[in-house]
Design a protein around this ligand. Sequence first.
Ligand SMILES: [Zn+2]
Length: 277
Amino acid sequence: MPELPEVETICQALKPALEGHSFQKIQLNRPDLRYPIPYDLESKLAHQSINLVRRRAKYLLVDFSHDLTLIWHLGMSGRVIIEDKGLSLKPSLHDHVVFTTSGNQRIIYRDPRRFGFLRLSSTHQLNEIAPFNTLGAEALDDPHLNGCTFHQCLTRRKISLKSALLDQKVIAGVGNIYASEALWQAKLSPFRLTNTLTLAEAERLLKALQDVLRRAIAVGGSTLRDHIHPNGDIGYFQHELKAYNCEHKLCAHCQSTYLCKTMQNGRATYYCKICQQ
Ligand SMILES: [Zn+2]
């Protein structure tokens, strides 16, 4: 599933293609994805100026000048392809929405499993609707997030650290891959209860989480399974994963223990039994 670094990579690629432009045409090749696609998407958005492309948690947000925001979630397998004028790539059966821009590019939304969705909201009311009204701090670049506020947020709860990192109300945008990586890097057990964390440990975890996310953005995300980012490249962070999908590999911290994989609340968790306490 695309996580924060993958969505951020797509967001950065879409900015020059969309900001200051408009959609000339929006072609829907099916009426629904995870939910019905708004039938009036084209009549509401075509020829309206696009002010800003941004990301909140794992959502892409496209703000238009007439107070509408296109909310775009990539689900499990969504891909966004930016196709330049005259460069027609082979279409796929899974190309569900095709946006043609005033800059003569085509933005293709391809989603084989169709868990993604598109919705519209008023821009100024976006933070009042679900899920935006309950999202926690952005993991990166949130002025309100620091070691102290993160520690307070964690110690108010009594859940495992892994569950806390996956809870979008605690911190927004983190999924299974980067939760495992951050906990390994911070040498904290995924099973540790949040209310037992010291301030120093919370600071260490936040620093590790932000470091992992920034490094993943720098190389364009992990691209596990079928996620490919807009220029057609795959992300390279999978080569740098130290915990996720690394069971039976030696832990790079202690060099003496094989990493374990276990299921935690139905999700795979990877950790070192010795280093992560
Ligand atoms: Zn270890």
